[in-house]
Design a protein around this ligand. Structure first.
Ligand SMILES: Nc1ncnc2c1ncn2[C@@H]1O[C@H](COP(=O)(O)OP(=O)(O)O)[C@@H](O)[C@H]1O
Ligand SMILES: [Mg+2]
Length: 249
């Protein structure tokens, strides 16, 4: 269970998050709200990239607020980024290897690179498995520039899955995808959830959100203005005014 309690973040004079609190349990949950509402900032706090000015984040009752990103990652929280983070000089599969290295504690890196063959055999098997789950097995040898955008997004997801997370944070997973890619992604997210991985996603596509999510949290100007099932959120006056009013749902 993820508990976000009284989180505030300021960037100079700008209050990006103001006393944000909510809890999410298992399954698929969504974080919605207009651009600039603070959604990515909140992901950065949960995943340890940014330290809040007030409040705490607990995961399975353990306070993770002060931990560095790789410690939070070790505790089972993995994420994707709003902008693709793939390195263009190497193949997509090699990007998955780099993803593993990048998440290691810096002081362990040297030892890991010298580490024994069985370790890397194990990594290889894991990489094959996550490529299979995300339907990208046949694209592994291509460089990012040679693959469609939807495939690149799935590689981002594959990379986040390698560590066998228990909670996956997805920042705008459906952005830029066409309808069939979105359908493919929804199937993958459902598959991941049935494997016991919980999901919190930031997403603007409301039919995507309503089809998948158990609970929805809505942020506006850094404040939580609504929380509940999609149906409840859809009827929430503040949410309609701030965000959903002009969306045909
Ligand atoms: N590193 C930063 N430095 C200064 N301002 C930032 C930084 N990151 C985000 N912001 C600002 O904080 C607000 C929230 O941004 P963000 O969390 O990216 O919103 P969202 O993901 O909901 O679109 C915006 O006004 C944004 O410009
Ligand atoms: Mg964002």
């Amino acid at each position: 269970m993820l508990e976000v309690n009284d989180i505030s973040v300021s960037f100079g004079g700008l209050k990006a998050l103001s006393n944000v609190s909510f809890k999410i349990d298992c399954g698929i949950n969504a974080l919605i709200g207009p651009n600039g509402a603070g959604k990515t900032t909140l992901f950065n706090v949960i995943s340890g990239f940014l330290k809040p000015n007030t409040g705490y984040v607990k995961y399975n009752d353990f306070d993770i607020t002060a931990l560095p990103p790789y410690e939070i990652f070790k505790r089972g929280i993995s994420r994707t980024f709003q902008n693709l983070n793939l390195i263009k000089e190497v193949s997509l599969k090699e990007n998955l290897y780099l993803g593993i290295i990048e998440k290691m504690k810096p002081s362990l890196l040297k030892d890991m690179l010298r580490t024994s063959k069985p370790f890397w055999k194990n990594v290889e098997a894991k990489i094959e498995e996550v490529m299979e789950i995300t339907n990208v097995s046949k694209w592994g040898d291509l460089k990012p520039e040679s693959a469609p955008y939807g495939v690149l997004k799935n590689f981002e997801l594959a990379r986040a899955l390698i560590s066998q997370p228990s909670l996956l944070l997805l920042d705008e997973p459906a952005a830029g995808l066409n309808n069939s890619e979105k359908e493919n992604l929804a199937n993958i997210i459902n598959k991941i959830t049935s494997m016991g991985i919980d999901v919190l996603m930031v997403e603007h596509d409301m039919s995507f959100v309503s089809n998948l999510s158990k609970y929805v949290v809505c942020l506006n100007f850094g404040c939580v203005i609504g929380y509940g099932t999609y149906k409840e959120i859809r009827e929430n006056e503040d949410v309609i005014k701030a965000y959903l009013g002009d969306i045909d749902a």
